[in-house]
Design a protein around this ligand. Structure first.
Ligand code: ADP
Length: 441
């Protein structure tokens, strides 16, 4: 507003001088009348500008700012600058807010801001997903009305009373819960106090972690169970032998034979466990070589004949001369496992076909048997560790329940697919389909 007073005083001085001149030349009356007329005009002009200003303020947009002359020009130009600055700041803040929104949307955790009455002031998309919220409808709603699970409500109330007792810095333990509308999801929830009576509700989807943890627990339970049975048997025989030192030679031999069977079972289990743990270890790289499949299949075929002991008709068909790029020992273990299963799950007199062929240039190893077959509902779960269709048959034939889990891992390490076709009561075909790039002629 530089020169404001100067610009205002020049016309006043001029009008006053002119009025004084009128007074000097004529009399006081014309001078007063002149002054009154000028004042009236000035008032009307100012009133008009005030009216325009008032109207503009009702919808203050930069494009519609009124134009004016004189000192009002100065006022409107200041207003123009102010609105421009304001618009600029608004734009900057909006951009900033957008950045923050983008950043919180990208967070791998749900974040919601709650006030002291548990009302939702804001939340990111993941929190909306976790708690089935819609910020537009649920803004400033009490979250305990929307997420009604008792453990959640209790957790919020408990944290609130703890905060008031111990102060802001008291971080609560996370709550693990399944949201009622997504009961296949497990959430870990944490409440963090901040600012004045504000709280951040952080939610993390730990479904996968929980699943792995459950698998780990099941695995430990299964291994313990598998080892306990043979250990109990061996223990029983040892106690018997101790209690009856004058046991006949025949009885003692039978007891030792049964003990040897059980120790072999434990040995097989431990060996399979070690193989699995080696295969699952990301740090054990696949040492590859070009495997002569003819020789490898011959070895496996001969082992199969020994295992079958002449109870089955075993055939080997080598329909492809493709060599396979892979780890010989692992391939031998996978093929051997499939063949041993075919023998163990095929009754005496059945037939088994070992085949090496190509399907659309993809090398395929398959074992077809005329055995007991598998009902369709079991097929998707066969490669789970310790999954067995018939527990006692598996045990009787020396199975550990880990064979197909091992095959699946070996297949994965070779980018191969394990295919299972089976007809209950008629037989099964297990095939390993390798990628074309692993074949060489
Ligand atoms: P196991 O040591 O019990 O044989 P596997 O992991 O090798 O464990 O196989 C899992 C289950 O799949 C077996 O218990 C059996 O029920 C079924 N299975 C595997 N191969 C065959 C087959 N060729 N015929 C019928 N059932 C089979």
């Amino acid at each position: 507003m530089q020169g404001f007073w100067l610009r205002l005083s020049i016309p006043i001085v001029l009008v006053t001088l002119f009025a004084l001149l009128l007074w000097g030349v004529f009399s006081a009356m014309p001078a007063v009348l002149f002054m009154l007329l000028v004042l009236l005009i000035v008032m009307v002009l100012h009133a008009r500008q005030l009216y325009r200003l008032g109207r503009w303020l009702q919808d203050a947009r930069i494009e519609t700012i009124p134009e004016a002359g004189g000192i009002w020009d100065e006022v409107f130009s200041q207003l123009y600058k102010m609105v421009k600055r304001h618009n600029q700041t608004k734009l900057e803040l909006a951009t900033e807010l957008q950045h923050i929104e983008q950043a919180t949307a990208a967070l791998p955790e749900g974040v919601a801001i709650l006030n002291e009455a548990n009302r939702i002031e804001w939340c990111n998309p993941l929190a909306q997903q976790h708690f089935d919220l819609d910020l537009e409808h649920d803004f400033m709603q009490d979250i305990t009305y929307l997420v009604r699970q008792p453990e959640f409500v209790e957790y919020l109330h408990e944290s609130l009373s703890r905060e008031s007792l111990l102060g802001e810095s008291s971080f609560s333990e996370p709550l693990v819960m399944r949201p009622s509308r997504h009961d296949d999801m497990v959430l870990s929830i944490k409440l963090i106090p901040y600012g004045v009576n504000k709280r951040l509700l952080i939610s993390r989807d730990i479904t996968q972690l929980e699943r792995i943890e459950a698998m780990r627990r099941d695995f430990v339970a299964n291994v313990s169970h598998e080892l306990r049975t043979p250990l109990t048997v061996v223990n029983g025989f040892v106690e018997n032998l101790q209690d009856m030192p004058d046991l006949s030679r025949d009885d003692a031999r039978r007891a030792l034979q049964l003990m040897a069977e059980q120790t072999r079972r434990m040995e097989n289990l431990v060996a399979d466990l070690l193989t699995l743990s080696h295969l699952e270890n990301d740090h054990s790289p696949l040492l590859e070589e070009t495997v002569d499949m003819g020789a490898l299949l011959d070895e496996i075929y001969r082992e199969g004949q020994l295992l079958s002991g002449g109870s089955h008709t075993l055939r080997l068909e080598v329909a492809s001369d493709a060599k396979l790029l892979g780890n010989r020992e692992e391939l031998r273990s996978a093929f051997g496992n499939l063949l041993s299963n075919a023998i163990r799950y095929t009754p005496e007199g059945g037939s088994i076909l070992l085949r090496w062929a190509e399907r659309s240039s993809q090398p395929v190893f398959s074992v077809q048997d005329s055995g007991i077959g598998i009902a369709a509902q079991h097929i998707p779960r066969l490669t789970e560790r310790f999954y067995r269709v018939d527990r006692s048959r598996s045990r009787e034939t020396g199975g550990t329940g880990l064979g197909l889990a091992i095959v699946k891992h070996i297949a994965m390490r070779h980018q191969a697919k394990l295919e299972v076709l089976s007809d209950e009561g008629k037989g099964s075909t297990f095939a390993l389909v390798f990628p074309i790039k692993r074949a060489s002629h």
